[in-house]
Design a protein around this ligand. Structure first.
Ligand code: GNR
Ligand code: NI
Length: 173
């Protein structure tokens, strides 16, 4: 089931998400929906908050090959280490359609999380995956990549999104 992605500016995107207490069938159904919504968009990551669910849940798939999908389900993800070395990627966000900016983040991170089966895991990430994980964990804390830009650039993007939202509203209503 496709879920509706919330577009900035929206106060929901600024909330802090709550940890999940248990991984049950309802959790797994939500994560399957999130993955379907992410592939459909298309995007390489999606946090539950972007579909209006204020829980610490993330799905990611940075695989390039359409055939070999490599979905990652991250429950209660916690970054426990970041490298001093940084990298810069051009980031986009499904909640900021059409907006992109180069963002500098730690190049590597170590992550603690609970997987799809409810098992506690740890992983080390680098490259685009490390950037994507940090982008998604930011969402869980109400942070968007535009928060790292100058006020001028951020305000310009928000202005464009307000206009974009008015346009899609006009088509639907
Ligand atoms: O689809 C997405 N692409 C992307 C590119 C660079 C860095 C982060 C991302 S995540 C984004 C999907 C999204 O909004 N996830 O929250
Ligand atoms: Ni995003």
């Amino acid at each position: 089931m496709l879920r509706k992605i919330i577009i900035e500016p929206d106060p929901v995107l600024r909330k802090k998400c709550d940890p999940l207490e248990k991984v049950d069938d309802q959790t797994r159904k939500l994560m399957k929906d999130m993955l379907e919504t992410m592939y459909n968009a298309p995007g390489i990551g999606l946090a539950a908050i972007q579909v209006g669910i204020l829980k610490r849940l993330v799905v990611i798939d940075v695989s390039k090959d359409q055939e070999k999908k490599e979905p990652l389900f991250l429950i209660n993800p916690e970054i426990i280490h970041t490298s001093n070395k940084t990298s810069i990627y051009e980031e986009g966000c499904l909640s900021l359609p059409g907006q992109f900016a180069e963002i500098e983040r730690p190049a590597e991170c170590v992550l603690k999380y609970v997987d799809y089966q409810g098992i506690q895991k740890e992983m080390k990430a680098e490259g685009l995956l490390a950037t994507c994980i940090q982008h998604e964990v930011d969402h869980l804390n109400g942070i968007l990549f535009i928060d790292y830009l100058s006020k001028l650039k951020k305000d310009m993007i928000i202005k464009k999104l307000v206009k974009h939202k008015k346009e899609i509203e006009r088509v639907i209503v």
